[in-house]
Design a protein around this ligand. Sequence first.
Ligand code: NI
Length: 195
Amino acid sequence: MTIRKVLRAGHPELRRRSRDLDEDRIGSDPFEALLDDMFDTMYEEDGVGLAAPQVQENLRLVIYEIGENPRYEELEADSGPTVLVNPRIVERSEQREEDWEGCLSLPRLRGRVPRHRWVKVRAHDRGGENIERRVEGFEARVIQHEIDHLDGRLFVDRMDSMASLCFLREYRRYHAEPEEERASSGEDDRPSESR
Ligand code: NI
């Protein structure tokens, strides 16, 4: 089990565009080891998703898991551990909705970000199979957030206004949904970042 260091905003690697992962590498030992590290790191940080550039790997590779995180227990979605290799959004809703996001690379910050309500994504899975999924709501938000990392973008770049940007403590005190507030009571500031 290897917990990788998660780069924070300001590190130039977070602002680079990541390269496609060579499909021949899917299933190789280094590929499997990187994914294991990414999952270990995401679970350790209580994140919902993680993109390879956040652990200083310039590759178009993202992971997420929705459903196990107590901070998001109000969500019905349960994605299981998900790997997207070279993901591409091929269709998106016209309609966007705004909701709160955080990021392991911007610790203790939250902000409201407009995202497409649903997206259709094409990628390879961990085994190299082609997958195409239409996802909506929170899962669609996570995918858009993670793919943005592959293009060197952070959630603050997508905010319509910085007026909602806040620290986690103030978010909890003044903005969190009642369920989430209850789910997070007793936690300190640290283990509550997402994505
Ligand atoms: Ni992030």
